[in-house]
Design a binder for this molecule. Structure first.
Ligand code: GDP
Ligand code: MG
Length: 177
């Protein structure tokens, strides 16, 4: 955690998208600062956070962009997607609607972003198993059909958050190397 004064070999821009309240900002807080908040306010202002990791002996600065709450108005702009090499498409496993909207987000992503962008579908809030509305298999099948990586995460319990970012960043790394 925290970027030291090391030399940076790569900077990869990754965008978080998905409906409001699915946990995008908390996934980012967990990854970038190892923090979590249960009463997180809607994100204000365009935000990105960075964390530098080592992948195959190279330093990779992940620059992760979080929507400024524009997802409510479905007005995430093309500037948001510009230069992005990875995307995390997030839904809430307890909210059917957030999963049903995934095809729309995917369409928006595919129309605005680079066609080679690496995409992972993320079912967040896996800690709320007793409120689950989306079976894991359904999401897995959708991801397979669309050629996306897929993981269920819990920003609260810190489950699979690191793996989700590593999956995307390692794939991007392999593409550019
Ligand atoms: P965003 O609008 O997609 O950025 O969503 P937020 O990150 O602001 O999270 C919305 C709400 O869901 C907040 O109350 C978070 O504390 C909560 N939340 C986020 N991730 C998780 C999680 O993994 N598990 C649970 N139980 N709650 C979560
Ligand atoms: Mg947010």
């Amino acid at each position: 955690y925290g970027d030291s004064n090391q030399k940076i070999d790569y900077v990869f821009k990754v965008v978080l998208i998905g409906d409001s309240a699915v946990g995008k900002s908390q996934i980012l807080a967990r990854f970038a600062r190892n923090e979590f908040s249960l009463d997180s306010k809607a994100t204000i202002g365009v935000e990105f956070q960075t964390r530098t990791l080592i992948i195959e002996h190279k330093s990779v600065k992940a620059q992760i962009w979080d929507t400024a709450g524009q997802e409510r108005y479905r007005a995430v702009t093309s500037a948001y997607y510009r230069g992005a090499v990875g995307a995390m498409l997030v839904y809430d496993i307890t909210k059917r609607q957030s999963f049903d909207h995934i095809p729309r987000w995917l369409e928006e992503l595919r129309s605005h972003a680079d066609k080679n962008i690496v995409i992972i579908l993320i079912g967040n809030k896996s800690d709320l198993e007793n409120q689950r509305a989306i079976p894991t298999e359904d999401a897995k099948e959708f991801a397979q059909k669309e050629g996306l990586f897929f993981l269920e995460t819990s920003a609260l319990e810190s489950t699979n958050v690191e793996s989700a970012f590593l999956t995307v960043l390692t794939e991007i790394f392999n593409i550019v190397n």
